[in-house]
Design a binder for this molecule. Structure first.
Ligand code: FAD
Length: 296
């Protein structure tokens, strides 16, 4: 366990204070044997805003849980394996289905948890078995049909389950064809998403039913809007960049401005896609409660 662990350099937002206790289990076995009590599990912190005021609880970071096993067209990955690493490994072996993972920096656990998707592919289209953990049940396996996958959602959110690992069933295709598809995906994303050289945490708000958060934000005129060191990306209004040493409060204040502008213009209350880990600052708590009130 590492005490007072600094997350500022670790998150893709390049924002974050100290977390009181951080655990790095190195395997599924070590995770289960640890019998963690009241911890939150995170992967690559690529969808998470960690408060600059820190977090006074315990967190598991899964980055050391990185085993990959391959058997014919089935590929198993521990939760801490990075999506791009898994996609490259599958491509080399001529296994298709994970090309979409090449383009963003999530871990397998984070991607399963929220059913990540891109370029017309999603976790739920290729996954077969998922190893989960809860305090009551210990480690257990669910089939895809039991995961209740939806848009950016799975049973893990409702059940409070940690994802320990996942097995994917892939399709044999020529390696060159798979690599070409990955290149095509990456080129497509370049114009629509900021790269990590511009620190961000992916899409800020979820798409509401039948519409796009980006379109609603664009219509509400938030492009280029700034708060402190945080700025709405000029190329796509559903991304916030940490342009100039933004604090988590800057990001949350900017999210609130975006949310209010859309509410005024279209009456729609957007819901955050980004996850917030904090709780030590009253203004941040107040904003987060406003932004998530419809999720409760
Ligand atoms: C440049 C950029 C582009 C992106 N593009 C896309 C995209 O195209 N499509 C897309 O879907 N996402 C995209 N994202 C968002 C992000 O990469 C995904 O949401 C990814 O799935 C998050 O994985 P993570 O490990 O970083 O999760 P974290 O940020 O660490 O955690 C996010 C949530 O997942 C939970 N979680 C993480 N690991 C586990 C686990 N093992 N067990 C249980 N819960 C867990 C956390 O508790 C938290 O609630 C993008 C992000 C960036 C920065």
């Amino acid at each position: 366990m590492q005490a007072e662990y600094d997350t500022g350099k670790l998150t893709t937002f390049k924002i974050g204070g100290k977390i009181k206790e951080v655990y790095f289990p190195a395997s599924v076995e070590e995770f289960c044997a640890s019998e963690f009590n009241d911890v939150k599990v995170f992967g690559n912190l690529s969808n998470t805003l960690v408060s600059s005021y820190g977090y006074s609880g315990a967190v598991v970071l899964t980055s050391k849980m990185d085993e990959i096993r391959i058997e014919d067209t089935k590929i198993y990955a521990d939760c801490g394996v990075k999506g791009p690493v898994l996609a490259q490994q599958a491509a080399k072996l001529g296994l298709s289905g994970l090309e979409f993972m090449a383009g963003f920096p999530g871990s397998v656990g984070g991607e399963v948890y929220m059913n990540a998707s891109a370029n017309g592919q999603s976790v739920s289209s290729v996954i077969v078995n998922i190893i989960l953990y809860s305090k009551d049940r210990g480690a257990f396996t669910l089939k895809k049909s039991e995961m209740e996958f939806g848009y950016r959602s799975s049973v893990c959110q409702r059940g409070g389950y940690a994802v320990l690992g996942a097995e994917f069933e892939l399709e044999r295709r020529p390696a060159e064809e798979i690599k070409a598809k990955m290149q095509e995906n990456l080129a497509f994303r370049k114009s629509r998403q900021p790269g990590l050289a511009l620190p961000n945490a992916g899409s800020v708000f979820r798409n509401p039913q039948g519409d796009f958060a980006g379109r609603l934000l664009e219509d509400a005129g938030v492009k280029g809007l700034k708060y402190g060191g945080a700025k709405v990306w000029e190329n796509h209004s559903n991304f916030i960049l940490n342009e100039n040493q933004a604090s988590s409060t800057d990001v949350l204040e900017l999210m609130l401005l975006m949310y209010n502008r859309v509410k005024e213009k279209s009456g729609i209350e957007l819901e955050p896609e980004i996850v917030f880990l904090g709780g030590n600052n009253a203004r941040e708590i107040e904003i987060w409660e406003t932004l998530t009130k419809t999720q409760k």
